[in-house]
Ligand binder design. Structure first.
Ligand code: SF4
Ligand code: SF4
Length: 368
């Protein structure tokens, strides 16, 4: 790890801990976080800890047609809809004493749920740090003001191009000028209200088509006065099924930047590459890490269904539903326990006769 990355990682962890100490239940939350990390590292199957990081799909709908997104491509496999306030509150209530961050998105466009500001306020009252990720084509002044007043902490904007032409290669149906204008509207309103939050972060997914704009997007983010987050552009969903083992050489060749090239590009802007998937590997898995989703994160869909991670798009592969039983029961149900056991030495034995979508997943390495 380079010094710049280490400093930046320490800073972001410090910011999280600082936030935590300003909240209620700080001791309980920190204890849960520490126990969760320990259970992840030691490979516990039935967990005493609960995930600190919650993802809620407040709107499983979108107006864009991104070519690698199942929503954008209109593919079947999961019902579409917007989360009700009832489902949202039920989920938040389960996380209020141990959760830390509530991300109000998984796959869709959160601004399409008009109750979003109300939801953020509810999560804030539960002392959770709130984050949304949006394509930001749909912002009107009323929503901009409501978001700032709601206490939202972080607003991530998808902008994968430093020019309209590059942007529209991926964000099909979006308008680059509108996104920039909307960032300025938010900046201006924050200035007027003297609001520190939400912190605005430009997220640029690095694919082959936009690799040449890594430098220009950094300059653009600086000129807008917002932070930049460069991330690996991944393949997921039905166009690339990690859990059916179907590699698509054409898709990889068309979109994916080799990790060493990506690493260099990210480092040139001082970004932290983090864990990178290597789609060009010929062996079984795309990365050597243990899958952290099964220990550290909760993914709750718009209808209350619980998915093990954001890669799983088919509803019939979910692990439960919070309207049928509490999340804490689902978290240690046979599917979750079986899925975790896949990442332990086979000699320790697999848990139960269950099967899960994770059996065939090739994103993370399972010991043989
Ligand atoms: S903006 Fe997001 S949810 Fe919408 S089509 Fe693109 S990737 Fe999918
Ligand atoms: S093993 Fe694969 S499918 Fe299962 S949670 Fe991890 S990334 Fe998702």
């Amino acid at each position: 790890m380079r010094i710049g990355r280490r400093v930046s990682k320490v800073r972001s962890q410090a910011a999280l801990v600082r936030f935590l100490f300003q909240t209620r239940y700080a001791a309980k939350r920190l204890t849960n976080l520490a126990m969760n990390e320990s259970e992840f590292r030691s490979g516990k199957i039935a967990l005493k800890s609960l995930p600190s990081f919650l993802f809620l799909d407040v709107a499983c709908v979108c107006t864009l047609k991104c070519p690698l997104c199942y929503l954008g491509q209109g593919l079947e496999g999961r019902s579409r809809g917007k989360m009700s306030m009832d489902t949202f509150c039920r989920a938040i209530d389960e996380f209020r004493d141990h959760g830390i961050v509530a991300h109000l998105y998984i796959r869709g466009e959160p601004l399409m749920n008009k109750q979003l500001p109300e939801m953020i306020e509810y999560a804030n009252r539960a002392h959770l740090m709130t984050v949304i990720s949006t394509h930001l084509n749909l912002l009107d002044k009323g929503m901009a003001e409501a978001l700032i007043d709601s206490g939202l902490k972080k607003l991530v904007v998808s902008l994968d191009g430093a020019t309209e032409e590059t942007y529209s290669t991926y964000r099909v149906g979006g308008n680059w000028d509108d996104v920039l204008r909307n960032i300025e509207v938010l900046n201006e309103m924050k200035r007027r209200k003297k609001a520190r939050f939400p912190k605005i972060v430009l997220q640029f997914l690095v694919f082959k088509f936009n690799l040449h704009e890594v430098g220009p997007i950094k300059r653009l983010a600086d000129s807008l006065g917002v932070e930049l987050s460069l991330q690996q552009g991944c393949l997921g969903g039905p166009l690339y099924e990690p859990y059916t083992g179907e590699h698509s050489p054409e898709l990889i060749d068309r979109w994916i930047v080799p990790p060493d090239v990506l690493q260099d590009a990210l480092s040139s802007t001082g970004s932290r590459p983090g864990v990178l998937f290597d789609y060009h590997r010929k062996d079984e898995t795309l990365c050597d890490e243990r899958c952290f989703f099964l220990w550290k994160t909760a993914y709750i869909n718009w209808d209350g269904n619980v998915s093990p991670c954001c890669f799983v798009y088919q509803q019939d592969r979910d692990f439960g539903n919070i309207h049928h039983e509490p999340f804490r029961n689902i978290w240690n149900n046979p599917k979750f326990r079986h899925a975790r056991s896949l990442f332990l030495e086979a000699s320790t034995g697999r848990e139960g006769r269950e099967t899960a979508v994770c059996d065939a997943c090739r994103m993370y390495r399972k010991p043989s």
